[in-house]
Design a protein around this ligand. Structure first.
Ligand SMILES: *Cc1c(COP(=O)(O)O)cnc(C)c1O
Length: 362
């Protein structure tokens, strides 16, 4: 059917971002935490709800939340910007620093939303390929940065969906060569052995162009809340504040995040459990003759050799286990991605995969 009003020319053919959801018993497809936040947090939040002035707009500056995050990270509140999920943070960065006539660089395969949000903001996207082992190929990086001169360069560490974190020397290398902002998406930061936050806090050369983006959706077990933030130089925070909608972050979300930061130990304990389970899954996959890539996050990318990925995906679904089919994504032929679940969920996944590979899925 013809549209009454034509869509913006540059958006024709673009589809929204969807992660297919199916009703299953074991959901291991969107990298959420399988574990809820602590009961004490919920009690504190419930209590806090009674103190919110619902007739008033929320604190536009998210003062208390930003102060709590600044304390957590050992930086100043003027270095923290919060928004509805890290996706809105990324959108603000692109609105402020991207747009028509400007370029963002990404390195595939990587998080699809970087390209997607860049396109929505009419930012030109240039991309380079990662090496076959999915590490950044620094020659490719140098070439892309020198040719495209991007105002924003996206890194993702650990990289979704491939799993590895970027070591500090790699981030420094990119920062040295990049002419504009270097945005390191650390959605899985607490699972990894290193973080680019040290470089932001260190204040070395280029650190005023380095932006670290984090989220409460994964390690904090709060995907339902929609809360993300960045840590960067104060002028980046100001720029995001200038483009974001007024009162974008509601009072409930601000309180939820601030109270979560009282439960760092519980978060770290969940992360430790999931990291242990990731090790168990990776070892088991190796034992099944499945190709895997090392992960520093709460998911594992794998390739079931000898069987088509899509067939395996359907077999797992028949066993009520949902993983992510990445096999049509750029550079990820025949790959699936499994999110680390609870130990019983991971057992279910491994049993279902074993049956699939043996051809005995019921
Ligand atoms: C899950 C994920 C996010 C989270 O986005 P939110 O909007 O904070 O839920 C961001 N970046 C990457 C790479 C992710 O995998």
């Amino acid at each position: 059917m013809a549209r009454a009003v034509p869509l913006r020319d540059d958006l024709v053919g673009l589809t929204g971002y969807h992660s297919p959801q199916v009703d299953v018993e074991v959901r291991l497809n969107t990298n959420e935490s399988p574990l809820p936040p602590p009961r004490e947090w919920l009690a504190e939040l419930t209590d806090e709800l009674g103190r919110i002035a619902f007739n008033r707009y929320p604190d536009r500056e998210a003062t208390a939340l930003r102060a709590a995050l600044a304390e957590f990270h050992g930086c100043g509140p003027s270095q923290v910007f919060c928004a509805n999920g890290s996706n809105e943070v990324l959108q603000c960065l692109l609105l402020a620093y991207g747009g028509a006539g400007r370029t963002a660089a990404i390195f595939e395969p990587t998080y699809a939303l970087h390209r997607h949000i860049a396109s929505l903001t009419a930012t030109t996207v240039v991309s380079g390929w990662r090496a076959p082992d999915h590490r950044l190929d620094l020659d490719v990086v140098d070439e892309v940065l020198a040719t495209a001169r991007p105002t924003i360069t996206f890194l993702c560490s650990p990289n979704n969906p491939t799993g590895r974190a970027e070591p500090p020397d790699v981030v420094s290398h990119v920062l040295e060569r990049a002419p504009g902002l270097v945005v390191v998406d650390e959605a899985y930061g607490q699972f990894a052995p290193y973080s680019a936050l040290d470089l932001v806090r260190g204040g070395g050369p280029g650190s005023d162009r380095l932006v670290v983006v984090r989220t409460f959706s994964k390690t904090w077990s709060m995907a339902a809340c929609r809360l993300g933030y960045l840590v960067a130089a104060p002028d980046v925070v100001d720029a995001c504040g200038a483009v974001v909608l007024p009162y974008h972050l509601d009072a409930v979300t601000q309180a939820a995040g601030r109270l979560a930061l009282r439960h760092v130990d519980a978060m770290e304990a969940r992360v430790a459990t999931l990291n242990e389970e990731r090790g168990r899954i990776t070892a088991a996959l190796g034992g099944l003759g499945v190709q895997t890539w090392p992960s520093d996050a709460n998911f594992v990318l794998f390739r079931p050799l000898g069987r088509a990925a899509t067939e395996v995906w359907h077999d797992l679904l028949a066993s009520s286990v949902l993983v992510r089919d990445c096999s049509t994504w750029p550079g990820l032929d025949e790959c699936l991605r499994v999110t680390v679940g609870t130990p019983p969920e991971n057992d279910r996944f491994l049993a279902a995969l074993t049956s699939s590979l043996e051809g005995t899925t019921p």
